[in-house]
Design a protein around this ligand. Structure first.
Ligand SMILES: [Zn+2]
Length: 93
């Protein structure tokens, strides 16, 4: 099951800018993109690497437990967010 990042939220604490991204565009193209409101990064290299680690984990789980792929589960929403330091946090909104 691929990890799909659907939007990028500004990493600045005081800023609530969030933008949807084209999921067909490789995520690495968004590394270093600046927030149009405050100029803070929308996706840091650290956060990108964390997403890659999640992707690897998801592929490992898929290979260990392929039954998930045969169920009707086509999408699992992870209520997490990244804040620029490469760590995972529970989503605030
Ligand atoms: Zn911002």
């Amino acid at each position: 099951m691929p990890i799909l990042v659907k939007n990028l939220k500004c990493d600045a604490e005081h800023c609530n800018h969030k933008e949807d991204i084209d999921t067909k565009v490789p995520l690495e193209r968004y590394i270093g993109k600046s927030c149009p409101k405050c100029g803070e990064s929308l996706l840091t290299q650290e956060d990108y690497e964390t997403v890659q680690a999640l992707q690897t984990m998801a592929e490992t789980l898929d290979s260990l437990f392929p039954v998930v792929g045969r169920n009707e589960v086509s999408e699992i929403l992870l209520p997490i967010e990244l804040r620029g330091d490469g760590k995972l946090y529970p989503r605030r909104d």
